[in-house]
Design a protein around this ligand. Structure first.
Ligand SMILES: NC(=O)C1=CN([C@@H]2O[C@H](COP(=O)(O)OP(=O)(O)OC[C@H]3O[C@@H](n4cnc5c(N)ncnc54)[C@H](O)[C@@H]3O)[C@@H](O)[C@H]2O)C=CC1
Ligand SMILES: O=C(O)C(=O)COP(=O)(O)O
Length: 600
């Protein structure tokens, strides 16, 4: 059952234990779900499952920071859940090798060491919130670990906290409160500034930024925004003008930061940019501490360029007690509370738990951070081609003669679909998987396919061949060519000098339809023997009887030839692997010039 095992285990562990476990789990159900779509059970054999791993027992999820009850409940329905808070980095590294998934908030640094310590077991990191700057995404990707987050459930909470800080800062609420509690009554000292009519620059017009903008307009502020990637019509729809970075700095009375921390946004507010601001500007930060050069902010506060700052986030959290910034009398600080409402925490817990469980079940996640999101409809449509792609990759690489390093692979998709109507990332990942897994110990999945190919110096170029006809089927054929290598089966070399295999999906089943320049037609359900000979009667019978004597079942046979009685390639599909002796006997049939056995 090699074919069914490999097709259920697409992009997954190579362990046969794992595939059996999946089959056992699914055997009792009449339908199963892929990315929210229920498929009939017979689709199982060719259904791509993406992040599957050894599931002989329940998976283990380590929850390393406090998570809402509803999320924990969801996780517990599916997995063993270990809630261990406040682990040291060393403790986390020790525990992680026993965990299939890890759930964190912003307080845990998910470093390269953690992925390395997991020994390949950690397959999902769930971030119960938005910002993933505490997760080493490159390391996650390299280790084939999917990172999912909870991007929507805390948006309103963060926006509300931004507005709370804005208004509290403008009216000195925190400072006045502390002074009243200290027994003082300083009505003149805490005279504030009004918001109405003032210009607020929202930096980062994403989910939180646009909710802040909407609310600030309700307070009578004039709102502008800077975001190089935000669509102008979305801003226009809520009456916000998108402006350049410098224009935002120059015209704002208040600046509210809502961009992610990336190399491009790191310390985007610094001495140079503070100098471009209106004197007396007020700054709110509920995004990430690292977007501000905190020492430069202290200088700007001291110089009166920045009149006040209200900060929920810091470069180092918690910040040192003696931090000049925190102690500054014109700074209002909260301990990263943006997402901390009861409602938001329940929301993110559910959002992340669903994503983690989905990923553990092998579904593609809608909130994947380091893998392409393939919509369910696309996935359904592509599933037989996904199987074809992996098998073509496997065949192609097995045709390469030992010692020829594979460097350059060209994939051609023949399709009647418009060029922008075919998402080939999944197919490319499967070809990569098919090519790399048989010759290495690396497990390839949708997360690490491109990375692994690049790391191994494998260049995969893709080409679309626009065909006439109905675009009903996403792909008519897939062709895989490997350039600049020798083949152990010379007939697999095409007229243009590359190893070439081509396949189609027929009635939902992948078929090999071309080897080199020879047309063949053999179903890719078992394994394949390719023989080359001069076309003549009786060849099928001769090979068939060698296999029959050993009780190897032949599922398909097909002969491709340039012309009658000229050079031909015979493709034979077999259900069982023939013994070495049988293969030797096939090679000894006088008319057979060369042959190769290709496991799928
Ligand atoms: N303090 C807290 O507890 C919370 C903090 N956050 C943080 O708020 C920030 C925004 O979150 P969301 O709105 O959910 O994310 P989002 O992804 O919806 O929005 C971020 C926006 O920033 C924009 N952006 C990227 N680079 C930029 C640049 N160089 N200049 C200006 N804009 C840029 C993006 O185009 C995007 O529109 C993130 O840093 C997130 O981690 C979010 C929730 C709670
Ligand atoms: O979602 C975010 O980006 C946040 O900053 C919230 O962080 P938290 O989950 O409260 O540690």
């Amino acid at each position: 059952m090699a074919a069914s095992a490999s097709s259920t285990m697409l992009l997954s562990s190579k362990s046969s234990r794992a595939s059996l476990s999946w089959k056992n789990q699914l055997a009792s159900t009449s339908a199963f779900r892929v990315s929210g779509v229920t498929l009939p059970r017979r689709s199982l054999r060719q259904c791509p499952r993406f992040i599957i791993f050894s599931m002989d027992a329940k998976p283990t999820v380590l929850v390393a920071e406090k998570l809402g009850e509803a999320g924990l409940k969801l996780l517990k329905e599916f997995a063993n859940v270990d809630c261990s808070y406040n682990l040291s980095p060393e403790e986390l590294c020790t525990k992680i090798s026993l965990c299939d998934a890890l759930v964190v908030r912003s307080g845990t640094k998910v470093t390269r060491e953690i992925f390395e310590s997991s020994g390949g077991r950690l397959k999902v990191v769930g971030r119960a919130g938005v910002g993933i700057d505490n997760v080493d995404l490159a390391a996650a990707t390299e280790h084939g670990c999917l990172v999912v987050n909870a991007p929507t459930a805390n948006t309103v909470a963060a926006a509300e906290h931004g507005i709370a800080l804005l208004t509290a800062m403008a009216r000195n609420v925190a400072q006045a409160d502390a002074s009243v509690k200290a027994g003082k009554w300083l009505r003149n000292k805490y005279v504030g500034v009004s918001l109405v009519g003032k210009t607020l620059a929202v930096m980062g017009f994403g989910k939180v930024g646009s909710e802040v903008a909407r609310r600030a307009k309700g307070l009578g502020m004039h709102v502008i925004a800077h975001d190089p990637y935000a669509p102008a019509d979305r801003a226009r729809a809520i009456g916000v003008q998108l402006v350049s970075f410098d224009e935002a700095l120059a015209s704002a009375d208040f600046i509210s930061l809502h961009m992610p921390l990336t190399p491009a946004t790191k310390q985007i507010l610094n001495d140079e940019t503070f100098a471009k601001m209106k004197k007396g500007v007020r700054i709110v930060n509920v995004a990430r501490g690292g977007v501000i050069d905190e020492e430069a902010l202290v200088r700007a506060l001291d110089a009166g360029i920045v009149a006040q700052a209200a900060l929920d986030v810091f470069t180092v959290e918690p910040p040192p007690k003696d931090s000049k910034l925190i102690q500054h009398e014109n700074v209002t600080a909260t301990p990263h509370l943006g997402a901390s409402t009861t409602e938001a925490q329940e929301g993110v817990a559910i959002e992340v738990a669903e994503a983690v469980v989905g990923a553990l079940k092998g579904e593609l996640s809608a909130t994947a951070v380091n893998a392409p999101m393939v919509p369910a409809e696309v996935l359904l449509e592509l599933k037989p081609f996904v199987v074809l792609a992996e098998k073509l990759g496997r065949l192609a690489v097995q045709l390469v003669a030992g010692g020829s390093g594979v460097k350059s692979v060209k994939v051609t998709y023949g399709s009647a679909r418009a060029p922008d109507d075919l998402d080939t990332r999944l197919l490319r990942a499967m070809i990569t998987k098919g090519m790399i897994e048989p010759i290495s110990s690396v497990f390839i999945n949708l997360v690490n396919a491109d990375f692994t190919a690049k790391q191994r110096g494998l260049q995969i170029s893709e080409e679309r061949l626009l065909l006439d006809g109905s675009p009903e089927s996403p792909v008519e054929f897939i062709q895989v060519q490997i350039a600049n290598v020798e083949s152990k089966f010379a007939s697999a070399i095409s007229d243009s000098g590359e190893i070439r295999v081509e396949g189609k999906v027929k009635d939902g089943v992948p078929h090999l339809t071309k080897v080199g320049s020879f047309e063949v037609d053999v179903s890719l359900e078992g394994s394949i023997i390719l023989c080359s000979q001069v076309d003549q009667p009786g060849m099928i019978g001769k090979v068939g009887s060698v296999l029959g004597e050993e009780n190897v079942n032949v599922s398909f046979m097909s002969v491709g030839r340039v012309a009658p009685r000229k050079q031909a390639v015979m493709a034979i599909g077999v259900d069982e692997q023939p013994s070495k002796e049988s293969l030797k006997r096939i090679g000894e049939i006088p008319a057979i010039q060369e042959f190769v056995y290709l496991g799928l």
